[in-house]
Design a protein around this ligand. Structure first.
Ligand SMILES: Nc1ncnc2c1ncn2[C@@H]1O[C@H](COP(=O)(O)OP(=O)(O)OP(=O)(O)O)[C@@H](O)[C@H]1O
Ligand SMILES: [Mg+2]
Length: 236
């Protein structure tokens, strides 16, 4: 579903140049949940932004659901972003003036879906995260965990096949964090490819596979930890 091969990316120029990724490679299958771990500044968010067609790589190959992104037109990239990819960010990015249902339906509205079909698809996504009964509330009426679940509903509305989550549990207590992870896990079990960036080994343990990003590159897959090794403290 997602293939990154030898991807490089730097920001800025000359003395100010920062290399964020240097030859990073990663493949994530449909139905698979992969956790990406690494120290601050190792390139995790950059990797997700490139995988989600938000940022263009300087070099390397990026393919989402068989669509190559390198050299694709802005329009083609926007289409991938819209049709295939769902993002979940640490700060929920919900719009306070819209209800829960309107927030979730927004990507479909922007796509030009009919109002009725956008609403019914949004209700379905809210049901997945257990928030359907809060459809008429506003984001300010919700707890942090509930807001994050709404943000996940918005990310999956329209059945995105690739879900990219950048520390989605950062602001949450452990119980609500687990609930959010459970939702991401269920999405993978239902066939989406899920990439989860996290600093927390217990959260990474929900994934099928954990990869480590260091200095802009994914460490050798053969050295990647299995979730159960992390839990028993014998990682790498
Ligand atoms: N828009 C940008 N402009 C300039 N430099 C950037 C930009 N985005 C990221 N960088 C730099 O690229 C490197 C990788 O950043 P990135 O945000 O991908 O790291 P990260 O692993 O997500 O870190 P964190 O765990 O702190 O979120 C860092 O050195 C960062 O300062
Ligand atoms: Mg980051």
């Amino acid at each position: 579903m997602l293939r990154l091969a030898d991807v490089s990316k730097s920001y800025g120029e000359r003395e100010g140049r920062v290399v964020a990724l240097r030859g990073a490679s990663l493949e994530v299958d449909a139905g698979e949940m992969v956790a990406v771990m690494g120290t601050s500044g190792s390139g995790k968010s950059t990797l997700l932004s490139i995988a989600g067609a938000m940022v263009e790589a300087d070099a390397g190959e990026v393919t989402v659901a068989g669509v190559p992104l390198e050299g694709a037109s802005a329009r083609a990239r926007a289409q991938v972003r819209r049709d295939l990819v769902g993002f979940v960010f640490q700060d929920f990015n919900l719009i306070p003036a819209l209800t829960v249902l309107e927030n979730v339906a927004l990507p479909l509205d922007l796509d030009g879906a009919s109002r009725a079909s956008a609403r019914s698809e949004a209700r379905r996504a809210l049901a997945v995260v257990g928030m359907r009964e809060r459809a008429k509330d506003f984001p300010d009426d919700l707890s942090g965990g509930q807001r994050q679940r709404v943000a996940i509903a918005r990310a999956i509305v329209g059945r995105r096949r690739l879900i990219l989550a950048d520390e989605p549990t950062g602001a949450l207590d452990s119980v609500t964090g687990d609930r959010v992870l459970g939702v991401l896990r269920a999405l993978a079990d239902e066939g989406s490819a899920v990439v989860l960036v996290t600093h927390d080994a217990r959260h990474a343990a929900w994934a099928d596979r954990i990869v480590h990003l260091a200095d802009g590159a994914i460490l050798d897959a053969a050295r990647a930890s299995r979730p159960e090794q992390l839990l028993t403290g014998e990682a790498r």
